[in-house]
Ligand binder design. Structure first.
Ligand code: 3HC
Ligand code: NAI
Length: 700
């Protein structure tokens, strides 16, 4: 079938688009739509329907074409052709009408959609703004406030919501073509005019005073340092002040500025990185998977409870195993409370909460796991305990059940070794809070089978996580890289920085939180306890943990005790600097013979980020990550790395590996080989003038 087909059904012309997988507006599709609309002006049709084959209506511009020389007809020309049609054009939407796809629909004179369809303008998530009239037409139909909300959030909305916002005229319950034909018939019968959105006038009196400034300020907080959200506000404001064509011209100017920006390039990289992370090298596309219809979770603490919620939300029943009834009750109460918080925020209905809670049952009896398809262990981080749990599971669980551990650091193979089914053992490393964080590291043991890996990757999609495959090593991808990052934060503290300086530098650069504040949030006692189990040699250089240890020994465990590196207000949780901490830092520096100095912000940034990059390069050398972009996904989805900087490996490519390598060599000369020996891969690529991205091409 060709990309665009035209058929006359009675006196209604049906234009069918077919550009798998998502009907993106590639050159061929644009040309086809343009031609079909033009020629239909001359035939016997009274109205035209634009509809798509396959899984979705047009999902947007073809992102792979960005950055390549543009080919006519441009999307804006296609859209003008549609809007200029002298016969009514009706968009018939199923799946997702997104970005340029929704802009095509907005240029049609009428829009109908299946009940299950979603529409939206997600360009902001790619560092862009709708560049084909979306910022001009949406406020004309839905009003200015609603348009600001929709376009700056980028989140799609349901057909019903879109209908209530006047963005859709008719919601269809079953057969889309049948419903669209009936709608077209109605329009023909009542001689409905071509209704062009561009002709709608926005009444200035309908705009609440100060609305645009209020949005700009809100976005300054929510999307700090990002270009596209601010430009979207400017475009929508222009729609209220300028004639349509001038507003369109403004939109195009700002769209191009966004398209050429580093931020959009980074976000587009993240879009494709997330998708390529789901592809496992050496694993056939048709690798069989196992059905996961029931899950057991061992340990209902911080992680286990959150993990359970993911499955319940996906309608998969969960048996939560705890040590005794009191622990079960505590765990279920926390889950209940978390659902109530979501309800209060309007993210969940009472009925959804009741349904999810009914899917989670607590037990202290491992025997109840005999029939489950998957078990995830989330008990304390102790090899001995985990081995004990897995030996028991091996006795109880049915053959073919997948047994997973949520361990942060432990060796998956050592855990698998206590079972008679090491091929069914895998790591499923969730991030805290597990019901919120999108990342799932799928850790491959040396004996995990392809089926088990493929099942885990598929399962991630079911529970709406972003999976990344990691090899088995201490800390896998994310936590292994976190160590040198945290080490440098500690050393900067000792050498002269303050907690506030470090956090401000990292947060202003874009990290969701600074590393010191993260420590307080997670609890300083966690690392402290882990260190207690290690020998002096294993603990390593005391300069990298002496401050944290001193604070814990003073009872300052972080936010939970109202004090850690900072002091926290008991009611508002607002943090403030504490001279007592500075005294601790100074005393530790003195005890370690470190002379404190002013540390420039740039040094802090480079030491922390380049430590991440160097370890990331080693992870690639060791084959722990499949590709550099997988590391970027781990850091953006699991560790608050700013997506508009594209992840640490992409960022390294952008600033140039030679610069990264030279700076690391300077740090090595200043601080020693132990921490700053450059990764051989980084050294080689820097010398060859290459990037991590083009190194990938050698590997495939
Ligand atoms: N351009 C090019 N390729 C695209 C694409 C697009 N707009 N959208 C999706 N794809 C590709 C994906 O890369 C993937 O390729 P792969 O199989 O080779 O990895 C394939 O289509 C399937 O995509 P998903 O795996 O994401 O499929 P899902 O079914 O999970 O999701 C979707 C479908 C909701 C449509 C999702 O792909 C999506 O959100 N796409 C992007 C939508 C978007 O951002 N549109 C705006 C584009 S910018 C724009 O329109 C500018 C305009 O204003 C001028
Ligand atoms: P936690 O201390 O909050 O919870 C552990 C739970 O396991 C407790 O409720 C305890 O009663 C229960 N438990 C202990 N032994 C048990 C047994 N034999 N049978 C059944 N239940 C048992 O610990 P947390 O933070 O949830 O960590 C669990 C695991 O997840 C650890 O391996 C940790 O490294 C890992 N992890 C933790 C993250 C975090 O941020 N807290 C993030 C990612 C992984």
């Amino acid at each position: 079938m060709s990309t665009v087909n035209y058929e006359l059904i009675g006196d209604i012309g049906v234009i069918r688009l077919n550009n798998p997988p998502v009907n993106a507006l590639s050159h061929g599709l644009r040309e086809g739509i343009w031609g079909a609309i033009k020629s239909a002006q001359e035939d016997a049709s009274e109205a035209l329907i634009l509809l798509c084959e396959g899984r979705t209506f047009i999902a947007g511009a073809d992102i792979t074409e960005f950055g390549k020389p543009p080919q006519a007809p441009m999307l804006s020309e296609v859209i003008t052709e549609i809007e200029n049609s002298h016969k009514p054009v009706i968009a018939a939407i199923h799946g997702t009408a997104l970005g340029g796809g929704f802009e095509v629909a907005l240029a049609c004179h009428y829009r109908c959609a299946l009940k299950s369809a979603k529409v939206g303008l997600p360009e902001v998530k790619l560092g862009l703004l709708p560049g084909a009239g979306g910022t001009q037409r949406t406020p004309r139909l839905a009003g200015v406030s609603a348009a600001l909300e929709l376009i700056t959030s980028g989140n799609p909305i349901s057909a019903a919501k879109a209908e209530s916002m006047k963005l859709i005229d008719r919601v269809i319950s079953d057969d889309l073509l049948k419903g669209a034909l009936a709608f077209a018939r109605e329009l023909i019968n009542r001689k409905a005019p071509v209704r062009r959105v561009r002709d709608i006038h926005i009444d200035p009196a309908s705009i609440p005073e100060g609305l645009f400034d209020e949005f700009r300020q809100r976005l300054n907080k929510r999307a700090r340092g990002q270009l596209a959200p601010q430009h979207i506000v400017t475009c929508i404001e222009a729609a209220t002040q300028l004639p349509f064509d001038k507003g369109l011209a403004k939109e195009l100017d700002l769209f191009i500025e966004c398209l050429l920006s580093d931020q959009s390039a980074a976000l587009r990289h993240m879009f494709f990185a997330e998708r390529s992370a789901t592809k496992i090298k050496g694993l056939a596309k048709d690798t069989p998977t196992r059905e996961i219809n029931s899950v057991g979770i061992i340990g209902g603490g911080t992680m286990g409870g959150g993990i359970a919620m993911n499955f319940a939300n996906a309608n998969i029943p969960v048996k939560l195993v705890e040590i005794n009834q009191a622990a079960i009750d505590r765990s279920l109460a926390v889950i209940d409370k978390n659902y109530s918080i979501s309800m209060k925020k309007g993210k969940l209905s009472e009925a959804q909460k009741t349904r999810s809670l009914s899917l989670i049952t607590g037990t202290a009896d491992y025997a109840e796991l005999a029939d489950v398809d998957l078990v995830i262990e989330a008990v304390f981080e102790s090899m001995e305990l985990k081995q004990d749990v897995f030996a028991r599971l091996d006795q109880i669980c049915k053959p073919g059940a997948i047994l997973a551990t949520n361990t942060s650091y432990q060796d998956i193979d050592q855990i698998a070794a206590v079972t008679n089914r090491p091929e069914d053992i895998i790591g499923l490393h969730f991030f805290s809070p597990a019901n919120v964080m999108k990342l799932l590291e799928v850790v491959r043991g040396s004996k995990s089978t392809d089926t088990v890996i493929a099942t885990a990757m598929q399962l991630a999609k079911t529970i709406k996580k972003v999976p990344v495959l990691a090899g088995n090593c201490y800390g896998f991808i994310g936590n292994r890289m976190l160590r040198p990052y945290a080490r440098e934060a500690q050393l900067c503290l000792l050498e002269g920085a303050t907690p506030e300086q470090i956090d401000t530098v990292m947060q202003s650069w874009g990290m969701a939180m600074g590393p010191i504040a993260v420590g307080d949030l997670a609890g300083l006692d966690i690392g402290y306890k882990a260190r207690q189990g290690l020998s002096k040699a294993e603990k390593g250089d005391s300069k990298t943990y002496c401050i944290a240890d001193a604070l814990v020994e003073m009872g300052r465990l972080g936010q939970k005790t109202g004090a850690g590196y900072y002091r926290y207000d008991s009611e508002t949780r607002a943090r403030s600097n504490d001279p007592e901490v500075l005294a601790v830092i100074k005393a530790q520096a003195e005890a370690h013979g470190v002379e404190r100095r002013e540390i420039p912000d740039e040094e802090i940034l480079n030491r922390l980020i380049f430590a991440l990059i160097n370890e990331g390069a080693r992870i690639l050398e060791d084959g722990i990550a499949q590709r550099p972009s997988d590391i970027d996904v781990v850091y953006a989805y699991g560790y608050g790395f700013p997506p508009h900087r594209g992840g640490p490996m992409y960022y390294a490519d952008r600033i140039g590996l030679k610069k990264v390598y030279d700076t690391i060599c300077t740090f090595r000369d200043l601080h020693g080989e132990a921490y700053w020996a450059p990764s051989p891969l980084l050294a080689r690529l820097a010398q060859e003038g290459r990037t991590f991205a083009n190194w990938v091409d050698d590997q495939s």
